[in-house]
Design a protein around this ligand. Structure first.
Ligand code: NDP
Length: 330
């Protein structure tokens, strides 16, 4: 049995792996069968990760994190987790290939996924004029007319960014007031290529091979009208990827995994969570990396206490007391 398995290959997972590997815990990191590296693989330049004054491409940053984790002995499995057994002293992770890995501790860092509108056309039109990532796909909409759905900071950021390419960017919002921060709102309002469509809900996306318009329902009058478009970007938030732990770990009202204070301790001893799965608010690469550090240190304390007590619950209590003592001494 291993000491520790880390699930997830974004900044939280890799940072946890770097710390756990340097603590000689020989972590196994389960990446994904599809794409290793998390959401940063879909971004271009990352300008706000400290240490890269000239910016770094998202995929390059993730490759560096992976190399750093492997350099200290992290083993990586390129597969999906299909089931978890988290209760008791032995945690079991069932993989897509049918194999089962066992460990004394788990760090769960599976990130978050873009929220969907819930329309049947989303699946077939995805990548055909319908996108969730302006930095990935904005380039394809030079001199086009497009729309962004949403009223938060993401929608404002995406809309503003997309004006670099498109001639016209509508922002479609379901209310008459934005949720975005004042500065992001102001930036969008000041941009003459952006036009707001208030109190509107997208009820259908049109297009055979390529998006060519949407139907909008007025949320006040109920009236439905069409809007011709070359592309549609959806920026209505993210949902933490917690489906594997539903009914196994306590969640918060926001749907993130509940942790104990500023720690990464979940409701089950020996299971730690990090990154976007515990964070509905900040969701930055650097905060996820910090959160991965916390999880690795918590897991390390837990494993040390487990050696003494041989009981997950007692080990958690002992590790918790040690952490509190350390906080008081600092
Ligand atoms: P938010 O949850 O803040 O906003 C989501 C927006 O989408 C809301 O306006 C919401 O409407 C709307 N929405 C939600 N579901 C639907 C739906 N089904 N149909 C239509 N509209 C919908 O998510 P964001 O991704 O914008 O931001 C998440 C966090 O990340 C925030 O804390 C934000 O501040 C932060 N962030 C910061 C950035 C920055 O500072 N540069 C950039 C991007 C994000 P309603 O308002 O009616 O609820």
């Amino acid at each position: 049995m291993r000491d520790i398995i880390i699930i997830g290959s974004g900044p939280a997972g890799f940072t946890a792996a770097i710390y756990a590997a340097r603590a000689e815990l020989k972590p196994l990191l389960i990446a994904s069968s599809v794409e290793i590296g998390g959401e940063l693989m879909n971004t271009t330049e990352v300008e706000n990760f400290p240490g890269f004054p000239e910016a770094i491409m998202g995929p390059d940053l993730m490759t560096k994190m992976q190399q750093q984790a492997e350099r200290f002995g992290t083993e990586i499995v390129y597969d999906d987790v299909v089931e978890l057994e988290l209760d008791g002293p032995v945690k079991r992770v069932r993989l897509g290939n049918g194999g089962v890995e066992e460990a004394k501790a788990i760090i769960y860092a599976t990130g978050s996924a873009y929220r969907k509108l819930g329309l049947p056309e989303e699946e077939p039109l995805s990548g055909h004029g319908l996108s969730w990532c302006a930095t990935c796909d904005g380039f394809f909409f030079r001199q086009k007319t497009i729309a962004v759905v949403g009223g938060g900071d993401s929608a404002m950021e995406e809309a503003t960014f997309l004006t670099r390419f498109a001639d016209k960017v509508y922002v479609i919002h379901r209310r008459d007031e934005l949720k975005a921060s004042k500065i992001m709102q102001q930036r969008a309002h000041d941009n003459e290529k952006i036009e707001f469509i208030w109190n509107a809900e997208v009820t259908a996306i049109h297009g055979g091979d390529q998006v060519n318009g949407v139907s909008l329902r007025d949320t006040v009058t109920g009236e439905v009208r069409g809007l011709d478009l070359d592309g549609l970007f959806v920026a209505i938030g993210n949902d933490p990827r917690t489906h594997l732990v539903h009914g196994k770990l306590e969640l918060t009202a926001e749907g993130t995994i509940r942790v104990d204070g500023r720690s990464s301790r979940t409701s089950v001893p020996g299971v730690f969570a990090a990154g976007d799965v515990i964070d509905p608010f900040y969701r930055q690469a650097v905060t996820a990396a910090g959160s991965g550090t916390v999880a690795a240190l918590d897991a390390e304390h837990y494993l040390a206490a487990l050696e003494d007590t041989n009981s997950p619950a007692e080990a958690e209590l002992e590790a918790e007391e040690l952490d509190e003592l350390a906080a008081i001494n600092n």
